[in-house]
Ligand binder design. Sequence first.
Ligand code: ADE
Ligand code: ZN
Length: 324
Amino acid sequence: ADIDRFVRDLPKVELHVHLEGSMEPPILLDLAKKHGVDAVPSSLEGVREWYEFRDFPHFIEVYLTSVETLRDEADFAMLTSDVAARLAAQRVSYAELHVSLYAHLMRGVPAHVVFDGIEHARREAEQTHGIQLRWIPDFPGDYGVETGEQTLDAVLKDGPPSVVGFGVGSVEVSRAPFTDLFARARAAGLHSLPHAGENGGPERIVEALDLLHAERIGHGIDSMDDPALVERLRDAGVPLDVCPTSNVCTGAIERIEDHPLPRMLRAGLSVSLNSDDPPMFGTDLGNEYRVAHGLGLDVTELAALARNGVTASYLDEAGKRALL
Ligand code: ADE
Ligand code: ZN
């Protein structure tokens, strides 16, 4: 259909996608076999069932189990190459990928193993596909601030210049304990890019703004429950990374028809469209645009979402101009 062609040809960027959450099931099965990770199902059918999440904590549990299949530098390079090729095939020319760095550190995988693998693939993908990748290392907020400190220490010691920001994800807890941590990250030149208001309520977004000085909000859909916050986000032009299919699959919202994306856009918020953990949610970025169309957005609005992504990205000015 026309919309399929429009979405396919639309130049896109992706600002909210997790590297480890982008593992296609065949790769997951191969890695699980290679390293003997028994907690991962051993068939594609099994993985499909495994990806039916009861609720948000269950999703995080499955996510962290699948992450355990990544062990050596070659694993990280192979995953990154595959993800880059898939993005490039959808006409994505620039992507900022969350990297669950702490989930590797806690298993004894050193940061340099992760960075060496993903950097090798990043450089190669830029040559092969002309796609630019940037990294946002993050940690699970519910594991506590020390976890975040260790993650930031590792980034500052071993992180390459292609790290653009620092994030916090997983089960959403108060952002208040991370105030000093994010101040340290920002002082080191990293952008503050927390998840907030995915399912933790508008207060998490207020904390992210006031305490973490967030420069973009991961999800932020709960902002719609607080009109004063919507006004603040709009007036300050704070970009929000919205991921509609993710929100249904993790139970953040009940039905896709209820997704606040159209209301967010029409309230004047700077919303971009993103896929979060595409194979885990049976989606990809192109599909998110088709879903947004299904929610009633016309092609002008879809193009605005794509432009918002470019504007909210950490592409250099020339790179932005080429896409706007
Ligand atoms: N880690 C991977 N996907 C996530 C999400 N949607 N929210 C929080 N943490 C995540
Ligand atoms: Zn996310």
